[in-house]
Design a protein around this ligand. Structure first.
Ligand code: ADP
Ligand code: ASP
Ligand code: MG
Length: 412
């Protein structure tokens, strides 16, 4: 029988009632003749609570125990979903990551899936089981320890299962009815897209649109998984939601497909560093060794052999970055007058494959922000995206102004 993967996010399994509603959706697909793999998230808010408990217990926690704790929310919903299906007379059982096993790297809290053997679950399907409910977000390391895949990781579990089982489709059920031109919570004018290209979805996700975890889009693109995002709160047809697909499958699209934003960025500057060959290599090697994920970088024009170096990184890595730079200064490998961290910034980005063939998009973006009196602190571009770092208090305004200026509320 054909296999279908259905993933239910935190809000879709937040209460027993919602689990029942989700189970009914699963029942519909089983009745159509699919063997279904259901991937569940923890109840909404649960993972945050677990992360909070870990931090309170041990600020410099052992990452293996962090994973043991924060993965547990999914165990509860997987069991409850299997029980609910059984109550509906659908043959189902639950699986924790290690039982499948979902084999991952040992990078605790951000592990990557390396392999999902399909034989265990397939054998059960052959014996008449119709639904395998799998706890999302978790796996097992080569050392036999529980791992997690990074926040939002259940999306990646779902796509990885779809690839491993050659599923007909991977449906991601969430609290919005598809992928929008921007987060509908920030702009009332956001428009649902029927289709979006993998490349665009990949950029939007990595630039902050948390509707899909970035890694899940990467995997879907690589393994050609038919990926759909849809609402668990509405009756669904076979064409509901948003299909994430190859760009060739999209006939018409706007130059800018969407606007993404990320509130969790910080801007750091080293004031007056010696401008000599190798200085950037020294700074960014030290940051990378300290586990800081640097995003945007600018180096100012040098004056009298000194320059300022600015970068952005996630807010919660600022302390680590400061420590690494202070250490590098003390050991004499770099020298600077001052280090400044600005935590009140946000990154706003526009994304669209149409940018490859259209000029003037950047100029227009900067003009729109200037018309609103918004100062740009850092800019980065790639072939299909332009990102700016601005004061966080202007983030919503910037998103809405860009959405208006590029007429995203209208389909091409
Ligand atoms: P789940 O718990 O189902 O995984 P998430 O909260 O992780 O759900 O992701 C869904 C949320 O993503 C939506 O509620 C919405 O606020 C947010 N979001 C951000 N950008 C977008 C976008 N471009 N389109 C749709 N939703 C978006
Ligand atoms: N429960 C995990 C989280 O909140 C994984 C997920 O929901 O995708 O990040
Ligand atoms: Mg999510």
């Amino acid at each position: 029988m054909p296999v279908l993967v259905m993933k239910f996010g935190g809000t879709s399994v937040a209460t027993l009632d919602r689990i029942r509603r989700a189970a009914k959706r699963v029942g519909v697909e089983v009745a159509k003749g699919y063997d279904v793999i259901v991937i569940v998230s923890a109840m909404s808010g649960k993972t945050n609570e677990l992360v909070g408990w870990v931090n309170e217990t041990s600020p410099m926690y052992d990452a293996r125990e962090y994973d043991a704790v924060v993965s547990s929310g999914e165990n509860v919903t997987a069991g409850l979903m299997a029980l609910t299906l059984q109550e509906m007379d659908v043959p189902a059982r639950s699986w924790q990551g290690w039982q499948v096993p979902v084999k991952t790297t040992s990078a605790h809290s951000s592990a990557r899936i390396e392999e999902i053997p399909s034989d265990n679950i397939m054998a059960k399907f052959k014996q008449g089981m119709r639904v395998a409910v799998v706890a999302g977000f978790q796996g097992v390391s080569p050392e036999g320890r529980i791992t997690t895949l990074g926040r939002g990781g259940s999306d990646t579990t779902a796509v990885a299962f779809a690839a491993a089982f050659n599923a007909e489709r991977c449906d991601i059920y969430t609290d919005v009815d598809g992928v929008y031109t921007t987060d509908p919570r920030v702009s009332a004018k956001a428009r649902k897209l029927d289709k979006i290209a993998f490349e665009e979805m990949l950029e939007l996700a990595s630039l902050g649109a948390k509707v899909l975890q970035t890694r899940s889009v990467e995997l879907a693109m690589r393994y050609k998984v038919k990926l759909r995002v849809l609402s668990s709160f509405e009756e669904q047809s076979d064409t509901a939601g948003t299909l994430v697909c190859d760009e060739e499958e999209i006939m018409e699209s706007n130059v800018v497909a969407g606007v993404a934003f990320n509130r969790d960025e910080a801007k750091m500057t080293l004031v007056s560093v010696a401008d000599r060959p190798g200085i950037a290599a020294t700074i960014f090697t030290a940051l990378s060794e300290a586990g800081v994920n640097v995003d945007m970088i600018v180096q100012n024009i040098a004056e009298e052999g000194r320059t300022d170096m600015t970068w952005s990184c996630p807010n919660d890595q600022v302390k680590r970055a400061e420590k690494a730079m202070e250490q590098a200064k003390q050991s004499g490998v770099i020298n600077f007058d001052e280090m400044i961290a600005d935590m009140d910034v946000a990154k706003v980005s526009i994304v669209g494959i149409g940018m490859r063939s259209h000029t003037g998009v950047a100029a227009k973006m900067f003009q729109v922000l200037s018309n609103e009196g918004i100062n740009i602190k850092v800019i980065t571009t790639s072939e299909i995206k332009i990102s700016v770092l601005i004061d966080r208090k202007y983030m919503e305004l910037a998103v809405q102004a860009l959405h208006d200026a590029f007429e995203l509320e209208k389909a091409a």
